[in-house]
Design a binder for this molecule. Sequence first.
Ligand code: GLA
Length: 372
Amino acid sequence: MNKNDSYDLVVKSPGRINLIGEHVDYNGGHALPAAIDKKITLKMKKNNSNNVTVYSKNIDSEFTFSLSDLNRSSIEWHNYIIGVIFYINVLRPDAVKGFDCYIDSNLPLGSGVSSSAALECGVAKGLNELFKLGLSDTEIIKLSKDAEHTMVGTKCGVMDQFTVVKGQKDHLLLLNCKTQEYKTIKVDFGDYKLILLNTNVSHNLASSEYNVRRGECEIAMKVINAKYNDLKYLCDVKPEVVKEFKNLLPEKIYNRALYTSKENQRTLKAVEAINCKDLHALGNLLYQSHEGLSKLYEVSCPELDFLVEYSKNYDQILGARMMGGGFGGCTINIIHKDFVENLIEEMSIAYRNQFSIDLTPIAIHIGDGVKI
Ligand code: GLA
């Protein structure tokens, strides 16, 4: 397959950042994500057969499968595509016919910027248009998430798919993950920029430990529900109430619950800080979030901890924390625009000395959600 072939349509599907509100989406909390200007591009055309052929330029690999066989593949990235078609078929049986898809991306893989949701939602949006399926955004978000749960095996929340579909240029989304209602918040950080620092570590623990954390939160909720049965999600439980359970929950489970409850509150405080243009307060909330993710929720890793700790040496960095599912990927940093280059250089040297790994900075702009 060649990028210069003619295609019926081109989809641009973005990655996402999350300023704060990590691991709260599957606990009914508030997150503050945004779509970014780094994207997966999918070129699609009908091929008048019963087969789907997909080529990925980044990994220079092509695969073909029959629409009559939508079983899981042993190769992970294939499952994002097979999974989306499987769930479209549930809603619109046999409406997807054979097609070719050429994929190119400037979104780093496995870096916590949600290349997986970008791929799922990009395929779903593209097929929706190509075969005039009439799926709503809400259906596209849900079926993409379902594909990730069953075909890929990560029991993710809704934040990534929601942001990829609903993202708005220059705006953060204050997303209530319980109701899926959201408000947009204009981003104007004045002299400060959001910079991602990619550790270039992608621990494959991520998916299994992710599911373990989700299970731990469910255990906490069961115990809390024995006393407070009107609360449905961990994020409905205030930190003071979680503290009542200190001796009733195993320490780890207690820590998970306390982190979750506090992180949800931090998201709301972050919105107040943004509205008051108090970037120092916002930065501190990022540091507190990281502390919780590292010590209480235990989804960080030495490389992420090092970068966040090191950033505290600089007054020009207002805050930093790990971003996304964890165990590797990027930190998100609020850095004064005049110092970005110098600080990145110094941090890269320190990081290389410590881990013998190159750090990759990613300057991001907040962009729109998936577009045809
Ligand atoms: C991954 C998941 C999201 C969310 C984040 C952590 O990106 O896909 O649903 O849980 O981790 O906030």
